[in-house]
Design a protein around this ligand. Structure first.
Ligand SMILES: [Zn+2]
Length: 575
C-alpha cells in the first residue's frame, strides 16, 4: 500500500531548525503539488506557516528534481512519475500551542505547521522522529508504528494535523478515568502537584462524561508545557496541548483557573471536535473556514468549563456565582457589544478576535465571554420553561448524538436552534434575531430572575474615574473607551501623559485627583503627541460601566427555587 513517510531531524536544536525528509511513492503523472496548511484547526487565524519553511528541494534516486513555487504555501515538483523525496527545513521558535518549537530543552511539533500534504490525495502517513541526542521522551496521540515509540502512524493528513507531538525529557503520568486510559505529560518546571491535578482531572472527566453519556476516544493525552508568561490551550481529536504560567499553579484561585482550562479543552472532545458547525470539519487547510457558530463551539464550552469545575465540587456555590458575575461584567463592559453580534464575532474571528488592537474592545465582542453568558441565559430559559425538567445538558447530549453519533455531518445554526427550541418549549426566533445575530441588550434581569437572582450594579451613579483611558507604566495611553471622557476630550492612543492640572504625572495621581471630582468638572491633561506638547480638557462624567453582583430576591417562588436548584445541580441525578 502507498504511504507517505516523513523523517524529522533536530540535530542542531540551538538553531531552532528541524530538517524534514518527505518520502513520496510514485503516484503517476509528470508533476506533483505539495501544500502546507495556512492555519491549524481550533485557532482561527491565517498563520502562514510556510513562512518558516526554507531550502525546499526534491530528488529521486537518480537526480535533483525541478521545483517551482506555485502559491504562498505550495510547491510543484517535476517527478516524471517517479518516487521522490522532498527535503526542507522548518524554523521553530515561537512559544505557543499553535506553533512549532525547538531548543535544547524540548521539541514541539504542531503537524499542520510542519508536514506537507498532497491536496485531494488521502494517503496514510508514517512518521519517523530522530530525536536530538539529549531527548529521551515522546508523547503524541498517534499510535506507534512497528513497535518503535519514535515511529508513528496516521491514517490520513486530517489525523496527522490533529495530533501534536511533544519530544524532550518531560515527566509522564498515566491514569484511568471514565474507563479510558489517560496520559498526562508535563514539560518544564513549575509549582504544580501532579497527584492533586490528576485527582481533579478525574472529577472533571467524570462530570463531563455524565453530560454526554458517551466517551468518544480510545485514549486521551494531555500535554502541558509551563511558561513564563503564557496561558492557553488547543483542543485536538484525542489530545490537548495546554500552556500555563509555571508559578501560577498556586494559590487556589489561579490553580482553579488551570483546572477550568483543562475542563474547557476536555469539553471540546465533544463540543467542536465532534459536535461541530458544518464548516469545521473536514477542514480546508489552505484558507479561512467561516462559521457564525463559534459562540456555540467556544461560548458554550466557556460556560461549561467553570460550571463543571463547580459541579465537580471544586468551586463552592458562592465562588461559582462570583465567576458568573465576573463573566457578565466582562461581557457587559465591552463597548463592542453595541457594534458586533456574537454571530458576526464568530464569522470575523479570523480578522478581528485573533488580531486584537487598541480599538478591539470598542468594535468587537468575545464569542467566548459573551457566548458563555448567552449559554448561561439559554440554560436558565430551558430550565424555567420546562419546569426544571430539562437544562442545557440535554441539548448538548441530544445534539452530540444527532449530529455526530448518528450523522457525523456537523450542524447549521438553524438545526442547533431547533434542538434548543425543542427542550425550551418556546420559540427562540426573536432571541436569535435580537441577541445572536443582533446587538440588543441581553435580558439579564429577566432570565436570572427566573432563578430568583437580581443583578445589582454597584457602579450605579458613580463617576468614570479613569476617563476611559488605559495607560502603560510609562503613562502612554494604550486604549480609549468608546464615548468616554477621554475620547470626548480629544485624547489619543499613544499620547504620553506628562501632567494633570499642572502636577507632574506619577503613579496614583489620576486616582488621587479623581477623589475630589464630580461629574461636569474639568481637568487639564498635558500630553506629548508625536513630539509636540499639547493640552486637552477632560470633563468628568458618569461611568457607563457596570459591576453587577447577583443577589437572591427577598421572596422566592417555588418555580424560582426549582430553577435555581436545577441550575446549581442540587437536583440529584442518578445516572
Ligand atoms: Zn476553546
Amino acid at each position: 500500500m502507498d504511504i507517505i513517510s516523513f523523517h524529522v531531524h533536530m540535530d542542531a536544536p540551538d538553531t531552532h531548525t528541524f530538517t524534514v525528509h518527505m518520502h513520496l511513492p510514485a503516484l503517476g503523472g509528470d508533476t506533483l503539488e505539495v501544500q502546507l496548511p495556512v492555519w491549524t484547526p481550533g485557532s482561527y487565524l491565517i498563520r502562514e506557516y510556510a513562512r518558516h519553511i526554507n531550502t525546499l528541494q526534491a530528488r529521486n534516486e537518480q537526480h535533483v528534481l525541478p521545483v517551482e513555487k506555485t502559491h504562498k504555501n505550495s510547491w510543484k515538483i517535476q517527478t516524471a512519475g517517479t518516487a521522490c523525496v522532498i527535503i526542507y527545513s522548518v524554523y521553530a521558535f515561537e512559544e505557543s500551542v499553535r506553533t512549532c518549537w525547538l531548543d535544547d530543552t524540548r521539541a514541539s511539533i504542531i503537524p499542520a505547521a510542519m508536514f506537507l500534504h498532497i491536496p485531494e490525495v488521502a494517503l496514510p502517513v508514517h512518521l519517523h522522529i530522530h530525536p536530538y541526542a539529549g531527548f529521551s521522551e515522546i508523547a503524541t496521540a498517534l499510535p506507534e508504528y512497528q513497535g518503535d515509540k519514535w515511529q508513528r502512524y496516521a491514517e490520513n493528513a486530517d489525523t496527522l494535523y490533529d495530533s501534536p507531538i511533544e519530544i524532550g525529557n518531560h515527566k509522564t503520568y498515566h491514569f484511568d478515568a471514565a474507563g479510558i486510559p489517560h496520559t498526562f505529560v508535563i514539560a518544564g518546571e513549575g509549582n504544580y502537584q501532579p497527584a492533586k491535578m490528576i485527582e481533579d482531572f478525574k472529577r472533571i472527566i467524570d462530570t463531563e462524561v455524565r453530560i454526554f453519556q458517551h466517551h468518544p476516544c480510545p485514549a486521551y493525552l494531555t500535554i502541558l508545557q509551563t511558561s513564563n508568561t503564557m496561558r492557553g490551550g488547543l483542543e485536538h481529536m484525542d489530545s490537548t496541548s495546554l500552556i500555563f504560567k509555571r508559578l501560577q499553579f498556586e494559590p487556589r484561585e489561579s490553580y482553579l483557573e488551570f483546572i477550568s482550562l483543562f475542563a474547557h479543552e476536555y469539553f471540546h472532545l465533544w463540543n467542536v471536535k465532534r459536535l461541530r458547525p458544518k464548516a469545521l470539519g473536514p477542514f480546508a487547510y489552505g484558507e479561512e473556514n467561516y462559521t457564525t457558530s463559534l459562540w456555540i463551539a467556544e461560548g458554550f464550552t466557556s460556560y461549561y468549563d467553570d460550571l463543571i469545575v463547580y459541579r465537580a465540587g471544586l468551586y463552592s456555590e458562592q465562588e461559582y456565582l462570583h465567576v458568573v458575575e465576573k463573566n457578565i461584567n466582562q461581557s457587559e463592559n465591552a463597548p463592542g457589544k453595541h457594534v458586533q453580534s456574537v454571530a458576526e464575532a464568530s464569522f470575523d474571528a479570523w480578522i478581528k478576535y485573533y488580531r486584537q488592537n487598541e480599538n478591539s474592545d470598542n468594535n468587537q465582542v468575545s464569542y467566548y465571554v459573551r457566548g458563555g453568558v448567552i449559554a448561561n441565559l439559554l440554560d436558565l430559559l430551558i430550565i424555567h420553561h420546562s419546569g426544571a425538567t430539562y437544562c442545557l445538558d440535554d441539548v448538548m447530549r441530544e445534539a452530540y448524538h444527532q449530529f455526530y453519533i448518528n450523522r457525523n455531518t456537523g450542524y447549521t445554526e438553524d438545526e442547533f436552534r431547533e434542538i434548543l427550541t425543542s427542550f425550551a418549549g418556546i420559540d427562540l426566533l426573536d432571541f436569535y434575531a435580537d441577541h445572536i445575530f443582533g446587538t440588543k441588550p441581553l435580558p439579564l434581569q429577566t432570565v436570572f430572575g427566573y432563578a430568583g437572582l437580581e443583578l445589582h450594579n454597584t457602579l450605579e451613579q458613580t463617576i468614570e474615574t479613569d476617563h476611559g483611558i488605559v495607560m502603560n507604566d510609562r503613562f502612554i495611553i494604550t486604549s480609549i473607551r468608546k464615548n468616554s471622557a477621554g475620547e470626548k476630550g480629544g485624547l489619543y492612543v499613544f499620547d504620553e501623559v506628562l501632567a494633570i492640572n499642572g502636577y507632574r504625572m506619577h503613579a496614583g495621581l489620576q486616582a488621587t485627583l479623581m477623589q475630589q471630582m464630580a461629574a461636569g468638572e474639568t481637568l487639564q491633561y498635558m500630553v506629548s503627541r508625536a513630539g509636540f506638547i499639547q493640552t486637552r480638557t477632560i470633563t468628568v462624567q458618569a461611568t457607563d460601566k457596570v459591576q453587577y453582583i447577583l443577589k437572591p430576591a427577598a421572596q422566592l417562588t417555588a418555580a424560582q427555587q426549582r430553577t435555581y436548584a436545577k441550575w446549581m445541580y442540587r437536583v440529584s441525578e442518578n445516572d
